[in-house]
Design a binder for this molecule. Structure first.
Ligand code: PGA
Length: 242
């Protein structure tokens, strides 16, 4: 049985005061799902300190593809592990589209994270154009193959994948349940026996209105929430639905 995971990606939002409010709201959270939040780097320590002793985990929104060294401005997986992070996002579509991250870089990040003992959440998904051209499954397959090639054939068993169709992120227009379940099922089948324990999350305009239905599907093991995670009551409601 795969345990549901609810992840909140705060993106580049907030300040010290507002982050403290989010943390305070999480202190009262009681739910059966695993929960992780992804604050901006500079607030990670504040959030780790505020949430210490709770079951809510903390992660980074991005990591370096390298282990250490002369990479000015970068943050390594080992540093994040060192301060107490448990998770990181890799390959979020905003990193891919705005910063030109390609499948190979994302795969290297995934590998570095696993080597350091972080749990990477591998984000993947198609643009509207790719979907309309019927390329969704080919694209997802290639994104997964690059990770398996770089991080090892078993690197996705017991790992976390987030299917996030780019056209559904921040648009208020989530993919339909059928569209999502089809892609999740495809990923699960592609991974075969090694994908039985892989948790596959959905991300893209998730709100309390669609959380329960999403999590009811056989191959949807959790949600990656962006905008709606910035309102702590809304986020807690989604955690409780999981
Ligand atoms: P959204 O973002 O929930 O605001 O659509 C999801 C994400 O970017 O992870």
């Amino acid at each position: 049985m795969r345990r549901p995971l609810v992840a909140g990606n705060w993106k580049m939002n907030g300040d010290k005061k507002n982050i403290a409010t989010l943390v305070a709201g999480l202190l009262s959270l009681k739910c059966k799902a695993d929960v992780v939040v992804f604050p901006p780097y500079v607030y990670i320590l504040q959030v780790l300190t505020g949430l210490s002793g709770t079951a809510v985990a903390v992660g980074a929104q991005n990591i370096s593809e390298y282990k250490s060294g002369a990479y000015t401005g970068e943050i390594s997986s080992e540093m994040l592990r060192d301060i107490g992070c448990q998770y990181c996002l890799v390959g979020h579509s905003e990193r891919r589209s705005l910063y030109g991250e390609n499948d190979r870089q994302v795969a290297k990040k995934f590998h570095q994270a696993q080597l350091a003992g972080l749990k990477p959440i591998l984000c993947l998904g198609e643009t509207l154009k790719q979907r309309e051209k019927g390329k969704t499954f080919d694209l997802i397959s290639a994104q997964i193959d690059t990770v398996l090639d770089c991080a090892g054939v078993n690197s996705l068993s017991d790992a976390i994948i987030a299917y996030e169709p780019v056209w559904a992120i921040g648009t208020g227009k989530p993919a339909t349940i059928d569209q999502i379940q089809l892609v999740h099922q495809y990923i699960r089948e592609k991974l075969g026996a090694s994908g039985v324990k892989t948790r596959i999350l959905y991300g893209g305009s998730v709100t309390p209105a669609n959380t329960a239905e999403l999590l009811f599907q056989a191959d949807i093991d959790g949600v990656l929430v962006g905008g709606a995670s910035l309102d702590i009551d809304t986020f807690n409601e989604m955690c409780q639905l999981a």
